[in-house]
Ligand binder design. Structure first.
Ligand code: PBG
Ligand code: ZN
Length: 329
């Protein structure tokens, strides 16, 4: 007879649940939404099966149907784009309208809004391009971008966001936003910083959903190199020093080591973004299972999202939020 005893506590569901060390809670889950112009729109996003574009009215309807929803992350689409992203800070843009409408309708729902320029620049980059004559390589102008990001954040704060979420990966973006918000009296608007955001190959479906694919080059001069864990910790440390209330690691699944280290090193709430490519990957795998697709997907999702929590994330942004909230209740 073997003396190994570790299987005893795995004997049945009751014991397994009783000794389980990681539980997903509804308050851990942040649900992302894509807001478009117009009325009565709920349009499936081709590359993200199960995710939709919503006009503001339909967004309100959708949210009212989701039980146990604690927090949402809003992205705005824009048909109007220019070199300076001026439509990113308009009061009447879809995102600002959505923030206002959601906060009016659902007082207790935590509204986080994505602050970036890529959906609003004609070239699709997250920053303003430096105008230098005769230069072959176009550069992103860090400090010119900071000014615009601050304006965008202010427009969200004015609309009622509980937290703004800067995702442009410009140096000093948290400080620029914090200072600007404070100067307008928005001391109570929080910042959830995309601190360690990697230049990832997992963003493809999202870019087609947000119509924000860069028209030239890539995002490697501002988003992080996936080979660099130490740099990720420096980014997070810097964002905390600049005033971030919540820090984020993104993507999640291929970056669990970063999440783990971030949690170990910093005592601030930590979010992880399970991105569009992670979503699509599991969707595609599940679909191979034919009639079992739904169960296969559920099991994969719970395993994956639990692994992100187990690694140390306090909050998880996931396109499965609606389903997860049903499954874990
Ligand atoms: C843009 C932004 C991206 C995501 C969130 N904000 C993509 C990018 O940097 O190109 C990715 C989210 C996802 O893939 O689900 N600032
Ligand atoms: Zn961006």
């Amino acid at each position: 007879m073997s003396t190994t005893t570790l299987r005893r506590l795995r004997k049945n569901d009751f014991l397994r649940n009783w000794v389980s060390q990681t539980q997903l809670k509804s308050k851990d889950i942040i649900m992302p939404f894509f807001v478009v112009e117009g009325k009565n729109k709920k349009e499936p996003i081709a590359k993200m099966a199960g995710v939709n574009h919503f006009s503001v009215d339909r967004l309100i309807k959708e949210i009212s149907k989701i039980k146990n929803l604690n927090s949402i992350l809003l992205f705005g689409l824009s048909s109007k784009k220019d070199n300076k992203a001026t439509f990113a800070y308009r009061k009447d843009a879809p995102l600002q309208k959505a923030i206002r409408a959601v906060k009016k309708e659902f007082k207790d729902l935590i509204v986080i809004s994505d602050v970036c320029l890529c959906a609003y620049t004609s070239h699709g980059h997250c920053g303003i391009i430096k105008e230098t004559k005769g230069k072959k390589h176009k550069e992103i102008d860090n400090d010119a971008t900071l000014k615009v990001l601050a304006k965008v954040a202010l427009s969200h704060a004015e609309a009622g966001s509980d937290l703004v979420a800067p995702s442009a990966m410009m140096d000093g973006q948290v400080k620029a936003i914090r200072t600007y918000l404070d100067s307008y009296g928005f001391n109570n608007t929080g910042i959830m910083a995309y601190s360690a955001k990697f230049a990832s190959n997992f963003y493809g479906p999202f870019r087609s959903a947000l119509k924000s694919t860069p028209s030239f080059g890539d995002r490697k001069t501002y988003q992080m190199d996936f080979r660099n864990p130490q740099e990720a910790l420096r980014e997070i440390k810097k964002d905390i020093a600049e005033g971030a209330d919540i820090v984020m690691v993104k993507p999640a699944l291929a970056y669990l080591d970063i999440i783990y280290q971030a949690k170990k090193n910093f005592k601030v709430p930590l979010a992880a973004y399970s991105v569009s490519g992670e979503y699509s990957m599991i969707k595609a795998y599940s679909r191979q299972s034919g009639s079992k697709a739904i169960e296969v997907e559920k099991d994969l999702v719970l395993e994956t999202i639990t692994s992100i929590k187990r690694s140390g994330a306090d909050f998880i942004i996931t396109y499965w939020a609606k389903e997860i909230l049903k499954w874990i209740k």
